[in-house]
Write a protein that binds this ligand. Structure first.
Ligand code: AMP
Ligand code: MG
Length: 392
């Protein structure tokens, strides 16, 4: 049995060759760039008016003759003499020799003459060519996570597709004779299966769309064959249940029989003691405990850094951690580290009732996990505790 920190350091050191592909810009939200993106054009591409008003070539009087008009989208240029100007609108091309723009609210117009009653200066309200970014500069760097603003920014540069790190394809294998799919009639001794939908939902939160689901009974041969298939066809395999020490837990034996390299098995933690992590060829495998809360907690703590690694997040540091002040005293029994379902509000965190690894009720309203290290047995109210924020 290893410590939580040892398990996390094994994950952070595991090697992986990322896969990349070219994706339409509109489909890149949440993905990371696998190379630097050079800017193909100046932005803005020409001198642009930032306001509705008049583009002028300044002189020493406060009246100007207006000799034309440039709307957004027009290509016209005007050669102005000092004291001349054109009507202009936001986003329009500024005449090459205009040296300022005065906003229309500061102007009195009569026929083709304007009078300005305020002091004006050169270069007001003009967006210079390449002011935001110049052609050839790096628009966004390798590793940047694409956001809606990033998509907008790159679209504004005329970019239509991007090379990104490919999200892993993921298998979810559910084991357990007692499991019945929701929607079917519940029978004596059976329970509704919930881990696979839960894992699917959390995988989808991390942009993973290629999810293949498998169901096996607690039987050695079919467990082994299903795991073999899943390894062959997926980058990441998540197995639910059957990894403990019961007589009908066949996952561990099947994994080793298939030549899986064991990176760790069993962590000194609650919940999730029997967690297994391994690699078979290029596929990462997690065998998650069947208890629903354990399964999800192990995903949040250990699977996410692996997904981050595959998806090009070089830090792959897992979920965000912060310190929050505890609302009540907490006594920890036993010598295992604990991850506790919790609720953060502002600067405080409350450890919720119902911490059993079988219970999801409290998890369904939690927004955080409180981490209590193995060597701590009591935490006082108002002390700061390490708090792991769950993804929105
Ligand atoms: P196991 O890890 O297979 O020993 O399962 C531990 C506990 O989790 C048992 O009470 C199982 O019935 C329950 N369990 C296992 N798999 C699932 C699942 N997919 N959905 C809901 N409960 C499960
Ligand atoms: Mg089982």
């Amino acid at each position: 049995m290893i410590s939580v920190s040892k398990a996390l350091s094994i994950i952070s050191e595991v090697l992986y060759t990322p896969k990349t592909k070219t994706v339409l810009l509109k489909d890149t939200n949440g993905l990371r760039l696998s190379k630097n993106i050079p800017t193909p054009i100046h932005m803005p591409p020409f001198r642009q008016s930032a306001m509705d008003g008049y583009a002028l070539l300044l002189h020493d009087k406060n009246t100007y003759q207006i000799i034309g008009e440039v709307k957004a989208g027009d290509a016209d240029d005007y050669s102005l003499l000092p004291g001349q100007g054109v009507r202009i609108f936001t986003g329009a091309r500024v005449p090459d020799n205009a040296n300022t723009i005065v906003i229309q609210e500061k102007v009195i117009r009569s026929e083709n003459t304007i009078t300005i009653n305020e002091e004006i200066h050169q270069n007001q309200n003009i967006r210079a060519t390449g002011e935001q970014i110049k052609k050839g500069d790096i628009a966004l760097e390798k590793g940047t996570k694409i956001s809606p603003a990033g998509i907008g920014f790159l679209a504004g540069l005329g970019i239509t597709d991007l090379e990104v790190f490919v999200p892993p394809s993921a298998a979810i294998i559910t084991t357990g004779n007692e499991l019945i799919a929701p929607g079917q009639k519940l029978q004596e001794g059976k329970i509704y299966e919930s881990n696979s939908v839960q894992l699917q939902a959390v995988l989808e939160q991390f942009q993973i769309k290629e999810i293949n689901k498998y169901i096996v009974q607690d039987e050695y041969e079919s467990t082994k064959e299903t795991i073999r298939q899943a390894i062959k066809n997926n980058d990441l395999v998540l197995i639910s249940g059957g990894i403990s020490v019961g007589d009908y837990d066949f996952v561990k034996e099947a994994l080793s029989e298939l030549g899986t390299e064991e990176l760790f098995y069993k962590i000194k933690q609650k919940p999730g003691k029997p967690l297994f992590f391994g690699k078979n060829k290029e596929t990462f495998i997690f065998a998650l405990p069947g208890n629903p809360a354990s399964s999800l907690t192990c995903f949040y703590i250990y699977v996410i850094p692996v997904i981050q690694k595959i998806m090009g997040d070089s830090a792959s540091a897992g979920l965000k951690r912060t310190l929050k002040s505890l609302t009540k005293d907490f006594i920890k029994k036993g010598d295992r580290a604990q991850f506790l379902k919790a609720k953060v509000s502002n600067e405080t965190v409350e450890i919720l009732e119902g911490q059993s690894s079988a219970m999801l009720h409290s998890y369904a309203v939690a927004n955080a996990l409180v981490f209590i290290p193995e060597n701590i047995s009591k935490v006082d109210k108002d002390s700061l505790v390490e708090t792991i924020l769950l993804p929105d």
